[in-house]
Write a protein that binds this ligand. Sequence first.
Ligand code: ATP
Length: 509
Amino acid sequence: MQKGEDIFKKIIAHAKEYGFIFQSSEIYDGLSAVYDYGQNGSALKNNIKDYWWKSMVQYHENIVGIDSAIFMHPTVWKASGHVDAFNDPLIDNKDSKKRYRADVLIEDHMAKLEDKINKEVEKAAKRFGETFDEKMFRETNPRVLANQEKIDNIRTRFVKALDNNDLKDVKALIEEQGIACPVSGSKNWTDVRQFNLMFSTQMGSLSEDANLIYLRPETAQGIFVNYLNVQKTGRMKIPFGIAQIGKAFRNEIVARQFIFRMREFEQMEMQYFVRPGDEKQWYEYWKEERIKWHKSLGIPDELFRFHDHDKLAHYANAAADIEFEFSFGFKELEGIHSRTDFDLGAHQKFSGKKLQYFDPETNESYVPYVVETSIGLDRMFLAILSHAYKEETLEDGSQRVVLNIPPMLAPVKAAILPLMKKDGLPEKARELMDKLKYDFMCRYEEKDAIGRRYRRQDAIGTPYCITIDHQTLEDNTVTIRERDTMQQERLHMDEVKQVVLERISYRRG
Ligand code: ATP
């Protein structure tokens, strides 16, 4: 995968040029951190959703899906802790007037120290060649050890300060570490303040406090408040899961990096209800299942890694992120959280309704524990796009931009292309189009030379181009061109559907 700031800019430009992503309300100069998906983008997004939904709901007999409302009773967010604790610590630079998340400034600083260590290791690896023992070097080299100690000290102090809500110490840490504003280079900081990320609005015509409602910042709570409805009506037995895909809203302090951090985004979440005491085992299970899911897309393994949380959220007893290496570095793509009985327990308390499960195997009633998998659909989209984008120089010296999107997720599966706009070729192509369009997304194109049409399909990631030429009129055979290898084979028109269906199938092996 190509990396760096330049390539990221190119991906953003490509996404716009080919109808994947537009800035929201662009004709009014846009709305910060809000984006619209265009004709190809919405198709890719729907395909990602479909693959996730099937992997969860269709392939697991004990997981069902729901679709809950975005608006919820305001007490839900009191019970969940979001009214009191869904905050980010923010800090402003007085010279540049730029606003930052204090935790992100500190994490970026630690990442720089980590980089220094890695450079030291790389240098030594070159110097020592084959005899290099990386583990030993990391454990004994004084410069590596000094930087590692710095990182460990910063992390311990930072976690403690956040745990104690000691914002003065967070600021002191930023000052002591000499962290400067990336824009102005100045160290002239305001105090650190907490900022609640929930958007609120009013329901009904009276603007009284009682009518204040929130736009959900996560889809999970819609699952928790419906847990008993689903368990009873679906006769679900523990362990079981409830999945949901839907919009979430967060008034992010620093919204940057395109669709990586948006103010309106979509989540795909699954809450797995388990017997208390079994949660760690299921947590490990879902960590493995989810990383397998990512790797099933054919994206190289080394672009994914786990990151265990240093600071656990108020509801969790274990948490890890699956990180993806975007062109701007490894960043969170999905979270796997062991949420204990925090949410169901809190809803039981605030609503006064019992949310227990009677376990016929143990003859006991209890509030189930929950293991959650939570992935940002837009981030998944960006991961796929970042990996897919390739600039290639072909054998004849010409250039092409191709999106190597996994074929099963590609917006268009097959382009149907008559070689020329005459001699009955368009009619023959339409005949094939009519046969295929009910089974997968096809696009018919007859304008421009065939080479240019191939390039356009490469640029939107269409895995198969099917060309109808004069030989088709004689023997009903067509060529099928594969996007990545650009190899062409000839086959009978009647075989095309089966061949494409097999190659875009979710089923592997
Ligand atoms: P981050 O640390 O990046 O803010 P988070 O830890 O707050 O993320 P979670 O609350 O665990 O995120 O949300 C689950 C998933 O939802 C994340 O892994 C991410 O993919 C997605 N997500 C969260 N916030 C956003 C956002 N502002 N824009 C797009 N996706 C998001």
